[in-house]
Design a protein around this ligand. Structure first.
Ligand code: THU
Length: 160
């Protein structure tokens, strides 16, 4: 038997004003996009914004459904939309912000497991890392240099 240790790392920022300029602007878009979340069930509003290498910004917000599993997270709405509109563009940066109607979200909110898997597909497809910044509605911002930090032992096309 052998133990395998996987290490992962993130950067932590205290305020949005500490972020690089392009990430600051993108986070502002993610915050703005939260207002378009359709979240009558969870009352948890997530906004995601992607910067593409063609200069375009694509946004997404969570879209819920009375049949709960039929809804979709903000991150997947954004990456699928980018894939649908700009199939040849690479995603450079993803910014995510979450807020709740009934409490203040001051922890960084990371993408859920299903969104990590979906984002991984785009990293493999474009063969370059996606920088991911995530936050609540206030407080610290965490940054991952690549989806790989968020999903060690990822399942990808190489296993097929
Ligand atoms: N949600 C997201 O949009 N992104 C995540 O990564 C976590 C969860 C949404 C899904 C659902 O509409 C609400 O937040 C509560 O789970």
């Amino acid at each position: 038997m052998e133990n395998i240790t996987v290490t992962t790392s993130f950067s932590s920022y205290n305020t949005v004003s500490e972020l690089p300029q392009d990430a600051q602007q993108l986070m502002a878009k993610a915050v703005e996009t939260r207002k378009n979340a359709y979240a009558p069930y969870s009352k948890f509003r997530v906004g995601a914004a992607l910067l593409l290498d063609n200069g375009k910004v694509v946004v997404g917000s969570n879209q819920e459904n009375a049949a709960y599993p039929s809804g979709l997270c903000a991150e997947r709405v954004a990456v699928f939309q980018a894939g649908a509109i700009y199939p040849d563009a690479k995603i450079l940066i993803l910014a995510i912000s979450a807020a709740a109607d009934e409490k203040v979200v001051s922890e960084p909110i990371p993408p859920c497991g299903a969104c990590r898997q979906a984002i991984a597909e785009y990293e493999f497809r474009q063969d370059s890392p996606i920088e991911i910044y995530f936050m609540g509605q206030e407080g610290k911002i965490l940054k991952s240099d690549s989806l790989k930090n968020l999903l060690p032992l990822v399942f990808d096309r190489n296993f097929l």
